[in-house]
Design a binder for this molecule. Structure first.
Ligand SMILES: NC(=O)c1ccc[n+]([C@@H]2O[C@H](COP(=O)([O-])OP(=O)(O)OC[C@H]3O[C@@H](n4cnc5c(N)ncnc54)[C@H](O)[C@@H]3O)[C@@H](O)[C@H]2O)c1
Length: 367
């Protein structure tokens, strides 16, 4: 694995003609700025609030602004559209229908998570993608972080062995059982299950069985998972954690080896092969060839890897989408199939009482 060499936007010999729907908070902080490092020619910005669309167009170098996405699609005929919108008043995901309009206009789509508010809505989006032959990628930023890319590459090595178990910690409250059929009350959970859900299913594959226990004051939960691969795992949704404390911890165990990611940027790989005979090892210092490996960024230099745009996965996910399309290669990360695995988990949490166990395929139909 070599360190990726980052090209700046103006250095790319070829760029994708892109339009953008949504001029909100997250996109201002994290998606438009990622274009500085991606082969993007931003041709237009659309927001229902035209002033915002105009301001963003000026700030991020687009020549045109619209308040109606259909007008924009017809006038600009973009190769691809980035969609970063929000929720309808009844808790649906605005971007799901917008994405279908973009596909029908002949554009590929990059959209923020959540892709859809459920499997039925995802089915409709998938049908339009199939019918139009256009691609939809969801920004599953967690699987594009340098740390998670490294974990995935470690999992592929024979030295690590087959992944046998995983634990993921992420603070998120699961609403009370009587609120889980309410789409509006479930927005927060839907919004965030995409992050740990993407990590679990990207590293370990589909989930075969799940059960969980739930704590009513905070909505915290601990889930026990069995993956199709035969590996097992836990998902600790640690609602009640202190604001400002690191949110995440991920550990994957292989066969005599394990890897831990703390706070998204500190990776420790405990390699196989160390010998510390019990009762006789007088030092914990193992041979260099099997010693643990540790990576974490320095936060002193004006390097790209120090920007959250990079270590949180935003630039990598946007660059991946654009470069793959320009090269005529398929999108293989953040696909609608990846999203389906996450939404299966979401629907299980909505329907499954604490303490029960269910196999996603049993309850939801083998999709
Ligand atoms: N991956 C991440 O790290 C991360 C972080 C924060 C938010 N998000 C996601 O980003 C999305 C946006 O979040 P936000 O906090 O920026 O929301 P926001 O409400 O600030 O922005 C949404 C914008 O979309 C516009 N919009 C809505 N419908 C539109 C339409 N039909 N046409 C044109 N514009 C329309 C709104 O006017 C608004 O300006 C959500 O899906 C959220 O889950 C992701």
């Amino acid at each position: 694995m070599t360190v990726p060499y980052q090209t700046y936007q103006f250095e790319y010999p070829e760029r994708l003609r892109c339009a953008f729907i949504g001029a909100g908070g997250h996109s201002y902080r994290n998606v438009y700025p990622a274009f500085q490092y991606a082969p993007v020619e931003l041709v237009a910005v659309c927001d229902v609030e035209l002033d915002r669309a105009r301001t963003y167009a000026r700030s991020f170098g687009a020549p045109a602004a619209y308040d109606d996405h259909r007008q924009m699609l017809a006038a600009e005929q973009p190769d691809a559209v980035f969609i970063v919108t929000s929720y309808t008043d009844d808790g649906d995901v605005q971007a799901t229908a917008l994405a279908q309009d973009c596909l029908r206009a002949g554009a590929h789509v990059w959209m923020e998570k959540p892709t859809a508010a459920g499997l039925a809505q995802l089915d409709r989006l998938q049908a339009v993608a199939d019918e139009t032959g256009r691609t939809v990628m969801t920004g599953l930023k967690k699987i594009f972080t340098p740390a998670m890319e490294k974990v995935k590459s470690i999992l592929r090595t024979p030295e690590f062995g087959t992944a046998s178990s995983i634990s993921v910690r992420y603070p998120q409250s699961l609403p009370a059982p009587d609120l889980r059929s309410d789409d509006v009350k479930m927005i927060g959970f839907l919004d965030h299950i995409f992050h740990p859900g993407a990590i679990l299913t990207h590293l370990m594959g589909p989930v075969r069985r799940l059960s969980y226990e739930w704590e009513p004051r905070t909505g915290a939960s601990v889930s026990s998972l069995l993956f199709e691969s035969g590996a097992v795992g836990t998902l600790h949704l640690a609602s009640g954690s202190a604001t400002g404390a690191p949110l995440e911890r991920v550990e994957v165990v292989g066969d005599g080896a394990n890897v831990v990611v703390d706070n998204g940027v500190r990776i420790t790989y405990y390699r196989a092969g160390a010998e510390l005979p019990y009762g006789r090892a007088a030092s914990f210092v193992t041979d260099d060839a099997v010693a643990p490996l540790r990576w974490e960024p320095e936060f002193s230099l004006g390097q790209l890897y120090n920007k959250n745009l990079f270590y949180l996965g935003y630039v990598p996910e946007v660059v991946y989408f654009c470069e793959r399309l320009l090269a005529g290669k398929p999108i293989e990360k953040g696909t609608l199939a990846d999203v389906r695995e996450i939404l299966k988990l979401y629907e299980l949490y909505r329907r499954l009482p604490a303490g029960d166990s269910v196999q996603p395929a049993q309850r939801l139909g083998d999709r």
